[in-house]
Write a protein that binds this ligand. Sequence first.
Ligand code: C5P
Length: 219
Amino acid sequence: FVPRVLAGRKVVLTAGPTFEAIDPVRGITNISSGKMGYALARACAQAGAEVVLVSGPVSLPVPAGVRRVTAGSALGMREQVFAALPGADVFIGVAAVADYRPLEVAEHKIKKSGETLEIALTPNPDILAEVAARQDAPFCVGFAAESRDLDAYAEGKRRRKGLPMLVGNLVSDGMGGDENTVVLYDDAGRHPLPRAPKAELAHGIVSHLARLLDGCRPQ
Ligand code: C5P
């Protein structure tokens, strides 16, 4: 039984990595299984929300009750997010968006030369920060995967991006696997959740965000 704490709400999420092309056969990407984002999309649907999942390249099945749209690059993901955003009450950025993309995409396959090859990179837009900065911003939730100093980096990110809630985890605790250890950060402080399968954590995250959304103090 899942309490329908998001009934009547629309949730837009991003999940997975992005892929930034270098040439027709190569690119830069981040390591992300997409499992946490997909689990969260599923949990939101089970909680009664209308869910749009903007997904980078992963091979995971579409969760029941979720509308999935696929994206390749960060720019493509941003476009899909903004298309899905009208009417959204909640935006959750779970995707591991590439911070940079090649400044130019070669039209043809780059040939080996034995020389050093330099690829100029340009920063990608921060989708979550952009959504959170809008006048009509939905309730925005961020994720932060850090390799150390989780509390300082996660809370710093939450404040910098102007988010009411952020989910932090240590890379060593959860990446790629089916379980994770996460800490939730909000204006009231830090709330560690017990280590659990991602599907279970997703329900904990949903119930915390639903309480904040309803203006109640989470227990
Ligand atoms: O700054 P960092 O990439 O660690 O922030 C992580 C959070 O910001 C995640 O919620 C991620 O989905 C989001 N993000 C984004 N667009 C970017 C970079 C990060 O939406 N270009």
